[in-house]
Ligand binder design. Structure first.
Ligand code: NAD
Ligand code: UPG
Length: 480
C-alpha cells in the first residue's frame, strides 16, 4: 500500500488530502500538523475550515484511509510520498520584509523530514514558494547524507476557497514539476499515477521544477491583474457615466479575453494574491529586473487604491464625516462561501472607517466576533505569524459590535457597506431595512450585489462600484 503523508492540515492540506483519500482507496493518507487544536478539529464533528462539500468527503474516508494526527515524525518516516503544505507568509522582518516569502515553516519541515527519514521518499512542494526553492530544499534534505534518495517535486495547488472540493474533483490542470533525470521522471510518474485515479491524463502537465514553481506565482499574478484592471476601469466608469458591469460583459465577450474574473469589487483579498505577487516582485528585484517588478507592483497598488477609494466615497458622501455614526458592515470574509478573513478587504475598509471614528456593526454569516476583532487589532502581515498573533488584543477594538443578522446590524444605522457577496445580501428585505435606518439612508455596495434602481426607488442613496452615480454622490466632493 502506498503511504502518503501531508505536513500542514490547513486550507490546502486538509481538503487536498481528503480528496486523494476518497479517490484512491488503496492509498493511506495521513495529514499531520503541529497545531493540536487544528488536528482535534479535523477529528471532530466541527471541521476547522468551512468549505462546501468538505465534510461529506472527510466523513467518507476518515478512520478508513484518511487520518489526522499530531504525530508528525511517525507519519513522515513511514510515508513514500510527503507533501509539504505549510504556510509561506510574507516576511515581516529582516531582509525582504514586506515582500519576500518567509520560508521558516518550510525549512523546519524539510529539516524534520531529513532527520526522521529511514527510506527513500518523494517530497512534494504543495505550498506556494519562490522559484528555486526546490534547490534549497534539496540541499537541506541531502546534506546529512544518510544515503537516502529524496526526489523533490513541485506540485502547486490551484484550488480557490469556497469551491475547493469542486476544484479538486475537476481541476483545470494538475501541474507536476521535477528534475529532468531518470529518477526525477520516475518520481513524476509516481505522483501522476496518484492523480490519474480521477484526473484525465491530458490535464496533468509535467514540466521542469522551475517552470512549475513559477507557473503558480504567474497564475495568481495574472488572475489578480484582471481584477485590478477591471477595478481601475470601475473608477473611470464612475467618472464618465459608463457602467462597469456592461463594460466587463462587452470586454469579456471577446473570446481572447473571456468572461471570468472580471467582477469589479472593493478589492481582492485572500491569503494568496497579495502575498504571491509581492513574492514575485521580490524575485524580479533579486534577479535585476526592476521594470518587471514595478509592473506587477502596480496590481497591488491599484488594489490598495480601490479600498481607499471606497472608504473615501463613504466618508465624503456622508457630509465628509462618519464620526459617531453607526455604519453596518455586511460581510467580512474575503469572498462568499468561506469563513476565511485572511487579507479580506473588509479589514482595510473597517480600519479606514474606524480611523474616521465610525461606530461599526458587523455581520457575517461565517465569521466569529473573536476573529473579526482579532483581525482589526492586528498589524499588516501579522496574521500568518503565530508569534505575532499573541500580541493582537481584540479587547482594544471598542467601536465595533458584531451581531447575528443583517437586520440587527442595519437597525438605526446611517449607512450600509456590503463587503462580501453573500447570496443572502441579495435577498434581504431592503424596504424593512430602510424603515429602521437613520435618514438619509446610504448603501455602499462594494460587490455589486444589490438592485440599484430598486433601492433608489425605496429611498436609499446608493453607491455601487463602477456604476453611474446618483445626483447626491455627484454633488459630493471628488474622492481620491
Ligand atoms: N489557501 C488557499 O486557498 C491556497 C491555495 C493554493 C495554494 N496555497 C498555498 O498553500 C500553502 C498552505 O496554505 P494554507 O492556506 O493551507 O495555510 P494554513 O495556514 O491554513 O495551513 C498551514 C498549516 O501548516 C502547519 N504547519 C506549519 N509549520 C509546520 C510544521 N513544521 N510541521 C507541521 N505543520 C506545520 C500550520 O500549523 C498550519 O495548520 C501556502 O503556501 C499557500 O500559499 C493556499
Ligand atoms: O472577478 C473577481 C474575482 C475575484 N475577486 C476577488 O478576488 C479575491 C480572490 O478570489 P478567488 O481567486 O476566487 O479566491 P482564492 O481562494 O484566493 O483563490 C486564488 O488564490 C489561490 C491561492 O493561491 C489559488 O489557488 C486560486 O487559483 C486563486 O483563484 C476575492 O477577494 C474575490 O472576491 C474579485 O474581486 N473579482
Amino acid at each position: 500500500m502506498v503511504k502518503i503523508c501531508c505536513i500542514g492540515a490547513g486550507y490546502v492540506g486538509g481538503p487536498t488530502m481528503a480528496v486523494i483519500a476518497l479517490k484512491c482507496p488503496a492509498i493511506e493518507v495521513a495529514v499531520v500538523d503541529i497545531s493540536v487544536s487544528r488536528i482535534n478539529a479535523w477529528n471532530s464533528e466541527q471541521l476547522p475550515i468551512y468549505e462546501p462539500g468538505l465534510e461529506d468527503v472527510v466523513k467518507q474516508c476518515r478512520g478508513k484511509n484518511l487520518f489526522f494526527s499530531t504525530d508528525v515524525e511517525k507519519h513522515v518516516s513511514e510515508a513514500d510520498i510527503v507533501f509539504v503544505s505549510v504556510n509561506t507568509p510574507t516576511k515581516t522582518q529582516g531582509l525582504g520584509a514586506g515582500k519576500a516569502a518567509d520560508l521558516t515553516y518550510w525549512e523546519s519541515a524539510a529539516r524534520m523530514i531529513a532527520d526522521v527519514s529511514k527510506s527513500d521518499k518523494i517530497v512534494v512542494e504543495k505550498s506556494t514558494v519562490p522559484v528555486k526553492t526546490a534547490e534549497a530544499i534539496e540541499k537541506i534534505l541531502t546534506h546529512n547524507s544518510k544515503k537516502i534518495n529524496f526526489q523533490i517535486l513541485s506540485n502547486p495547488e490551484f484550488l480557490a476557497e469556497g469551491t475547493a472540493i469542486q476544484d479538486l474533483f475537476n481541476p483545470d490542470r494538475v501541474l507536476i514539476g521535477g528534475r529532468e533525470t531518470p529518477e526525477g521522471a520516475k518520481a513524476i510518474q509516481a505522483l501522476k499515477d496518484v492523480y490519474a485515479h480521477w484526473v484525465p491524463v491530458e490535464r496533468i502537465i509535467c514540466t521542469n521544477l522551475w517552470s512549475a514553481e513559477l507557473s503558480k506565482l504567474a497564475a495568481n499574478a495574472f488572475l489578480a491583474q484582471r481584477i485590478s484592471s477591471v477595478n481601475a476601469m470601475s473608477a473611470l466608469c464612475e467618472a464618465t457615466g459608463a457602467d462597469v458591469t456592461q463594460v466587463s460583459h462587452a470586454v469579456g465577450k471577446d473570446s481572447r479575453i473571456g468572461p471570468k474574473f472580471l467582477n469589479a469589487s472593493v478589492g481582492f483579498g485572500g491569503s494568496c494574491f497579495q502575498k504571491d505577487i509581492l513574492n514575485l516582485v521580490y524575485i524580479c528585484e533579486c534577479n535585476g529586473l526592476p521594470e518587471v517588478a514595478n509592473y506587477w507592483k502596480q496590481v497591488i497598488k491599484v488594489n490598495d487604491y480601490q479600498k481607499t477609494r471606497f472608504v473615501n466615497r463613504v466618508v465624503s458622501s456622508m457630509f465628509n464625516t462618519v464620526s459617531g455614526k453607526k455604519i453596518a458592515i455586511l460581510g467580512f470574509a474575503f469572498k462568499k462561501d468561506t469563513g476565511d478573513t485572511r487579507e479580506t478587504p473588509a479589514i482595510d475598509v473597517c480600519k479606514g472607517l474606524l480611523g474616521d471614528k465610525a461606530q461599526l456593526s458587523i455581520y457575517d454569516p461565517q465569521v466569529s466576533e473573536d476573529q473579526i476583532k482579532r483581525d482589526l487589532s492586528m498589524k499588516k502581515f501579522d496574521w500568518d505569524h503565530p508569534v505575532h498573533l499573541q500580541s493582537a488584543d481584540p479587547t482594544s477594538i471598542t467601536q465595533v459590535s458584531v451581531v447575528g443578522d443583517a437586520y440587527e446590524a442595519t437597525k438605526g444605522a446611517h449607512g450600509i457597506c456590503i463587503l462580501t457577496e453573500w447570496d443572502e445580501f441579495r435577498k434581504l428585505d431592503y424596504q424593512r431595512i430602510f424603515y429602521n435606518m437613520q435618514k438619509p439612508a446610504f448603501v455602499f455596495d462594494g460587490r455589486n450585489v444589490v438592485d440599484v434602481e430598486k433601492l433608489r426607488e425605496i429611498g436609499f442613496i446608493v453607491y455601487s462600484i463602477g456604476k453611474p452615480l446618483d445626483s447626491w454622490l455627484k454633488d459630493m466632493p471628488a474622492v481620491a
